[in-house]
Write a protein that binds this ligand. Structure first.
Ligand SMILES: NC(=O)c1ccc[n+]([C@@H]2O[C@H](COP(=O)([O-])OP(=O)(O)OC[C@H]3O[C@@H](n4cnc5c(N)ncnc54)[C@H](O)[C@@H]3O)[C@@H](O)[C@H]2O)c1
Length: 416
């Protein structure tokens, strides 16, 4: 078996981590049990480009139990948990991922999983799908799945310009993914990343959230709960208004740059904080990104303004600006929750990865019948995932009475 990981000797530690995460993923465990019996992916090759974490490892095992040959590479050079990679290799699953790998090795790893001639590819950010549309057009998988907002944006752009040549399930569009993973997962783990990188007290700080989408709403909610003065920067008037009515101050980036102590970008956009903003920031301001790619902070501009750049803590670098101020960047401007912490807790990845497993099953069941387009999983899957998750949390679901069903589906009853 071929693989490329940091050190196979860490497998025992990784395996403990994997088991712990698995205990907090009851929905995926239910699917895995059914997969073991039904083998819906029998003989299929499923390759994934996802963050190599304990939660992803549980997804890989579920897919394998469903009959698939699986392989995994990283969707970010800084998010790999090397011990988990070793645990998967010990389980006989090929992994190509090393924390801190450079760009060449990152893409070598993508090619290594594609060399397995997959039937299904799984992406977090559409890097596999992009290579399938550029360098590896000889491969023809049944379809692909996409985990995150930015990946879906890229794939929709491919569909719009007529380039898309595969059916893709946009897992991010499922309600049980984006309303929970993006919101509660990013909300908690981005702040976890900042506190681990800088060990700062959030209470009393002015924390600027740039982008008030599903992720930004979660970050603002949690920062508010920890006592921060939350400022939101948005370009969409409806979302900016929602932020204002949620009780946050809404500002333009230039003003927020002067006010903020901590900045978190979550836009999926490029250079949302750039030279003009760095010029206005306070000495000691902390900058972090929780959006998918490391392009939200214009670090080239920051570097150009700096006389020196030095590490001050693990995952925290200080840029010495020529005018004497110091700006601190967490996790190299990459996803702070994965670069400086452990990513989302298993409890929420349970739902995201259950949707991934069911998306693979959905694609295999429809092999050869789907045209190249972006698909969303049917609402029954959201209801199934939410119902099992709610049961695991001990919540009871109310049922409609027959009279209520009749009322909701009829039109004759109105003003009494
Ligand atoms: N850190 C993680 O683990 C994690 C998890 C899920 C998603 N993501 C990523 O986070 C990013 C955001 O995801 P989302 O689901 O919240 O997306 P979203 O589309 O719901 O929200 C993004 C928001 O950013 C705003 N925006 C865009 N450009 C802006 C600018 N220049 N200034 C201010 N606001 C701007 C948009 O108007 C939008 O409201 C994506 O890149 C996504 O892939 C990260």
């Amino acid at each position: 078996m071929q693989f490329d990981i940091a050190t196979p000797t860490m497998s025992e530690q990784g395996s403990r981590r994997l088991t712990w995460a698995g205990r907090r993923m009851p929905v995926l465990a239910t699917i895995r049990e059914r997969f073991r019996a039904d083998r819906p992916l029998e003989g299929r090759t499923v390759v994934a480009c996802l963050h190599v974490t304990a939660e992803t490892a549980n997804l890989m095992l579920a897919l394998r139990d469903g009959g698939a040959n699986v392989a995994l590479c990283a969707s970010n050079p800084l998010s790999t948990q090397d011990d988990v990679a070793a645990a998967l290799v010990a389980e006989g699953i090929p992994v190509f991922a090393v924390r801190g790998e450079d760009s060449d090795r990152y893409y070598e790893h993508i090619h290594a999983v594609l060399d397995m001639e997959p039937d299904i590819t799984m992406d977090d950010g559409a890097d596999l799908a992009t290579i399938l549309h550029t360098d590896r057009t000889e491969l023809n998988p049944i379809g692909s799945t996409e985990e995150t907002t930015t990946g879906v944006v890229r794939l929709k752009a491919m569909a719009e310009d007529g380039t898309l040549r595969l059916p893709v399930v946009a897992v991010n569009e499922s309600a049980t993914k984006h309303l929970f993973d993006n919101r509660y997962g990013t909300g908690q783990s981005a702040l976890d990343g900042i506190t681990r990188a800088a060990n700062v007290l959030i209470a009393g700080q002015t924390l600027v959230v740039i982008g008030y989408g599903n992720c930004g709403q979660g970050v603002a909610l949690r920062a508010d709960g920890m006592g921060a003065k939350v400022v939101v920067v948005e370009v969409d008037p409806v979302r900016a208004l929602a932020a204002a009515m949620d009780g946050y101050q809404v500002m333009q980036a230039d003003d927020a740059a002067e006010a903020g102590d901590i900045f978190i970008t979550v836009t999926g956009n490029k250079h949302v904080l750039r030279g003009r903003h760095f010029e206005r920031m306070k000495d000691g301001a902390i900058l972090a990104n929780a959006g998918h790619f490391d392009v939200e902070l214009d670090l080239e501009a920051l570097e150009a303004m700096s006389t020196e750049r030095r590490p001050v803590r693990q995952n925290l670098e200080e840029y010495q600006i020529a005018d004497g101020r110091r700006l601190l960047v967490a996790a190299e401007g990459r996803l702070v929750n994965l670069g400086a912490a452990e990513g989302h807790p298993a409890d929420v990845m349970d739902m995201s990865f259950s949707n991934q497993a069911l998306a693979a099953e959905w694609l295999v069941a429809r092999a050869g019948t789907l045209t190249p387009a972006i698909y969303t999983l049917p609402p029954e899957i959201d209801r199934l995932v939410a119902t099992i998750k709610l049961e695991s949390l001990g919540g009871g679901l109310e049922a409609l009475t027959e009279e209520q069903v009749e009322y909701l589906t009829g039109w004759r009853e109105g003003t009494a």
